[in-house]
Every structure is written in C-alpha cells, then in structure tokens.
Design a protein around this ligand. Structure first.
Ligand code: ATP
Length: 354
C-alpha cells in the first residue's frame, strides 16, 4: 500500500454555504457559497483584497466565520479546530522549519501524531519521491531553491493524507519558469491522489491552466464559477471578462438581438441583452485580418505589433479612432503605420452597459 494508492484515501466533498466574515469596518466575505466535488481542483481567482485568502482561512479554521456553514464531507466543521479538520495547507511564503532537514520537515506531522519512526521515515521518503526530492532528504531549507522548498511544503502538507488540500498562492514567490513547472506538478500529484483542492491565486493564466473549475471573486463575493472554457467564452460580466483574459472593449449598439460593432452584426452571448449603447468585449483572437473583398472588413492603421514567440499581437486603430488588439500567427507581420483591413470573426460577444 503506497501513499499514492487512491484506495488508501477517500476524497471529501467541501462546501462553503453563505459564509460571512467581517473585520472591523469591512465585510471580507459577503455570503460566499462554493461547492467542491470530491477530488475536484477549484481555483479561487480575484484581485488583491477581494477575500480569497480569508475564504481559505475560514475553510481551514484559521479564522472564524461570522455566519454560514462550512461542510467537509457533509459535516459542519464551523466549531471544529484547524488540526481536526483533516486539511493540508501550503502557503505563499516558504514555511519550512529551518532547523530540521527536508525529511524531518516532511515527517513532522506524523511525529506529532505519534507514528513510529520506521513508518514515518518510509512515508516521508515516499512523499519526497512523489515530489521529486528524495535525493535532497538530508538538506536544510537554506540549501534549497524556492521551488524545491515549495515541493517540500507540499510533501509536508500531504504526508498525513488529509482529505482536503488548501493552496494559498504557493507559486507567487517563484520565477515564471519554475512557477509553470511546479504548477503542472501540483496538478499531477493532486490528480494522482484525488484530493479535493482549493487553490488561491490572482493569476488568471495559472487558474485557467490547472483548475477543473474557477471561481472568480470580487469584493467578498463569488461573481462567477465555471470551467475555464465557460469563464473564457461566456463571462457573465465585464469584470469576469477582464479578469480571465485580454479583452477589447469596443463601442457597440444592441439592436434586434445582435450587437453591431464597427458596422458588423455579431451574436450576443446573452441573447436577452437590452437594446442600446454598450461596450462589446471582444477577444484578440476574435478579430482577424481580412481582404478588401470581404464586405465585413474595415480599414485600420497598425499602431504597434509585438512578437510573442508562438503568436503575434498587433494593435490597430479604426478610422473612428477605436483601437483594438488582434492576436494572430507570427508569419503575418504588418508594420506600424501600415493600413490593413480587419473584421470580427463573428463569435458571440459579451456586452456591458456604457
Ligand atoms: P491578496 O491577493 O492581496 O492576498 P485576498 O483576495 O486574499 O488578497 P484577503 O487577504 O482575503 O484578500 O483580504 C480581504 C480583505 O480583508 C482585505 O481588505 C484585507 O485588508 C482585509 N483583512 C484580511 N485579514 C484581515 C484582518 N485580520 N483584520 C482586518 N482586515 C483584514
């Protein structure tokens, strides 16, 4: 029986139900409800100060809720202390004990539980193997890179086989390349163990890349929750659209159930949007270069263009002064000042009131 054997653990459903948390003069959580299915990986995404960490801390029992319920495996744990909630946590800052070796850090939780030395050494070794650090077992924290320290923190959080894993911006102190590697590694291990996971981040790319579902938070509330594809293609608001990726904001008119943008009729994501002046939120990949023969194309002047490796982003200005960014393949490289013709692909757009 190994740690990775899913039969040794059961995944727990987790739910926050109408959770309210107030600090003096401020409501940090204003009725947050969120359900995680057993084994699901949910990212809590939002700008600084929107309440992500507070939600995680309330779930962990590090803060008390003023109202609402917190269910782990269908049991209300509001009155259960942190160490009895069966939760593993990894924080943004490296939190290893500096005077303990890597192996001793990982073993720590098992030692606290009184597990015999031989057993806990074996468990810690298995866990270090899983995070790819078995050969660093005798090192101390100051002899490890930031990414390695977070791997140890992950091993330490998982060694007690918790039923829920909480990750509070565990990658934000790492440089970009290490961050992407470790992000994929966390997802691999989480999938392998099938552990229900809530991952707090303010980085939309990170959230969309790893999570089964993403909950976008704003001012103490969850604005939208859905799969990355749902959020990206059907954002319910301007805020979500902005937050989950680059978006052009183009003046438009809603008329007869469609949006008219730069003279082109485009379907609406929300078919019931009220008629009138709006801003249409148009993704850079939904604007393309077109030929003069294309009746929908409009002339525009290239403002800037940047090479991004596998793609190119070009900003153009229409004759009415509206500027938009296109994302396109690198082989086409119009220069600044050049007149081009562009059109919308016609994929449905979200709109917001002006
Ligand atoms: P960040 O991405 O910057 O960490 P966040 O979304 O995690 O932000 P929280 O840390 O949950 O935000 O904070 C939500 C709000 O609650 C903020 O306005 C914050 O200043 C406030 N807050 C958090 N903890 C406390 C506390 N212990 N006492 C008073 N106010 C607090």
């Amino acid at each position: 029986m190994t740690l990775a054997d899913p039969s040794t653990r059961t995944s727990a459903p987790v739910a926050l139900v109408d959770v309210v948390k107030r600090f003096p003069g401020l409501t940090a959580l204003d009725g947050v409800s969120l359900e995680l299915a057993p084994g699901e990986f949910v990212a809590l995404l939002g700008p600084s100060g929107c309440g992500k960490t507070t939600a995680l801390r309330v779930l962990a029992g590090l803060e008390s809720a003023d109202d609402g319920h917190i269910l782990i495996d269908e049991r209300d744990v509001v009155d259960v202390p942190t160490n009895k909630r069966d939760i593993g946590m990894v924080f943004q800052s490296y939190s290893l004990f500096p005077h303990l070796t890597v192996a001793e850090n990982v073993e720590f939780g098992l030692r606290m539980r009184g597990m015999p030395t031989v057993d806990r050494r074996q468990r810690a070794a298995d866990m270090l193997d899983m995070v790819g650090l078995d050969h660093h077992a005798t090192r101390f924290a100051h002899q490890l890179s930031g990414g390695q320290q977070q791997r140890v923190a992950l091993a330490r959080a998982l060694v007690t086989q918790p039923r829920v894993l909480l990750l509070d911006e565990p990658l934000s102190a790492l440089d970009a390349k290490v961050r992407v590697g470790l992000r994929d590694e966390i997802r691999r291990i989480q999938t392998e163990l099938g552990i229900t996971t809530l991952f707090v981040t303010h980085d939309q790319e990170e959230a969309l890349a790893v999570a089964d579902r993403v909950a976008v938070m704003r001012s103490g509330r969850i604005e939208q929750i859905g799969t990355p594809e749902e959020l990206y293609s059907r954002p319910i608001s301007d805020f979500v659209a902005d937050f989950v990726g680059l978006s052009n904001r183009m003046p438009a008119e809603v008329v007869g159930g469609v949006a008219v943008i730069e003279g082109q009729q485009v379907p609406l994501i929300d078919a019931d949007a009220a008629p009138g002046s709006v801003h249409a939120l148009v993704r850079p990949e939904d604007i393309v270069f077109a030929s003069e023969a294309d009746a929908h194309s409009r002339p525009a002047v290239v403002v800037t263009t940047s090479f991004l490796g596998s793609l190119r982003r070009t900003r153009v200005r229409f004759t009415d002064g509206v500027e938009v960014t296109l994302q396109h393949e690198v082989s086409h490289a119009p220069g600044p000042g050049e007149t081009v013709r562009v059109r919308l692909t016609g994929r449905p757009v979200a709109v917001s009131r002006v």
